[in-house]
Design a protein around this ligand. Structure first.
Ligand code: TXA
Ligand code: MG
Length: 380
């Protein structure tokens, strides 16, 4: 199949004539990759079981993993669900269009192929102007998982989509780099209380401001095990995984004083992490391996060994979320053998960043104590 690539230079406003062809292809059952503010999506008509089957085939994704249905206007929600709970109305009011997906009880219009056989459906109204105009012009709800090959990091540029999908789908709309860089927040509103299934740019405090207390699916903080089952089927698959082994290096949380970071020994947590990663990287080089180091603007100049990449500023977590997947893909393409990564506090956007990093690393951590000793936890 010949994939047509359409470049969209200007999004404000989007020239709709550039999208007309892609909208028609969606309506007629074809596949179109398009930018959203979170990551690129691989879209098909959500009401067409064949289109959903084609999406699974193009991604190489298991078909029990349901798709998110994207809409452009609030009126389009009602036909897709059995009821719109008050909580969903309030969340939509606050955060749609935006990086938020809600799980609701599905109506008979959603084929089992789209919802992975569940009796619920995931719905999102994206804010990106290209996504919004495309869905509106298509005139059908658009089922779209992230536009990566199953098991690879989600695509945050059109180049990533071309890498994975060229020749497999009809059209790729190139709207440049996305804004957020991690996938949407998923909150389940189909039960008696709200449950967070996947953290994203709509953070827990933002959800709780509207909903009151929100339960976290245990899978968000713990690795999968006999007693941990994810509610979002997609969370059970190995996701966001670079080809190389990845290890997260963090400082132990024994009490730390201000002066720890000022003295000649520079013993603060971030320095201990830099020292341990440097030591591991040197050891890897001695063993004939090529290490990659996932650092930040603040720490990158301190590393002397390995392929060092900054994913953004520690002081600005949005920049870290924005670059994370692109750097993981870059490590894949330059062929490092092992990746050592710094970690981030698990609050606000940090919860989303660490969720993706833990998946990429299979929850493999090294904890550096105050005395410089390193202990390893796998899946802990
Ligand atoms: O930001 C995003 O959400 C992007 C863009 C393209 O919108 N889409 C995306 O889709 O990340 P995908 O398919 O890669 O991830 C969807 C996740 C999966 O983990 C899936 O299991 C879960 O949503 N999901 C979908 N429907 C569900 C349902 N009815 N109940 C529970 N989880 C569901
Ligand atoms: Mg995905």
């Amino acid at each position: 199949m010949q994939t047509k690539i359409v470049r969209i230079e200007d999004k404000t406003p989007v020239r709709e004539e550039l999208l007309a062809d892609a909208a028609r292809i969606l309506r007629e059952g074809g596949l179109v990759a398009f930018p959203t503010e979170t990551v690129y999506g691989l879209g098909g008509n959500a009401l067409d079981a064949d289109a959903s089957r084609k999406i699974y085939a193009a991604k190489g994704r298991p078909s029990d993993n349901p798709l998110i249905v994207h809409i452009a206007r609030m009126e389009e929600l009602e036909p897709l669900v059995t009821e719109i709970p008050e909580s969903a109305k309030r969340l939509a009011e606050a955060y749609w269009p935006g990086p938020l997906t809600m799980i609701l009880k599905k109506s008979g219009r959603i084929p089992a192929e789209t919802s992975g056989g569940l009796d619920t459906v995931a719905v999102r109204m994206p804010a990106d102007p290209v996504a919004n105009a495309l869905i509106r012009l298509a005139g059908v709800p658009v089922a779209a998982p992230s536009a990566n090959t199953s098991g690879k990091p989600s695509p945050t540029t059109a180049e990533h989509v071309i890498e994975d999908m060229n020749g497999r789908i009809d059209v790729i709309l190139d709207g440049g780099a996305v804004q957020v860089g991690v996938e949407s927040t998923i909150v389940d509103l189909s039960g008696d209380h709200p449950v967070l299934l996947r953290p994203g740019a709509v953070t827990v405090p933002m959800l709780e401001k509207i909903l009151g207390p929100v339960e976290l699916d245990p899978v968000l903080t713990k690795p999968l095990g006999p007693d941990v089952h994810p509610k979002a089927p997609g969370m059970k698959y190995r996701h966001y995984a670079p080809k190389a082994e990845m290890i997260l290096v963090e400082a132990g949380d024994e009490g730390e004083t201000e002066t720890d970071c000022n003295g000649p020994e520079e013993n603060c947590g971030s320095m201990r992490v830099v020292k341990e990663i440097s030591r591991l990287a040197e050891e890897a080089v001695r063993a004939g391996k090529r290490p990659g180091i996932l650092a930040t603007d603040e720490t990158a100049p301190l590393y002397r060994t390995g392929e060092v990449r900054s994913i953004g500023r520690r002081s600005d977590e949005a920049s870290v979320a924005h670059n994370l997947f692109a750097v993981l893909r870059e490590f894949d393409s330059i062929g490092v053998d092992i990746i050592y990564s710094e970690v981030f506090p698990e609050d606000d956007l940090g919860l989303a960043i660490m969720n993706r990093m833990n998946k990429a690393a299979g929850h493999h951590h090294i904890v550096v104590g105050k005395d410089g000793s390193a202990s390893e936890t796998l899946g802990g």
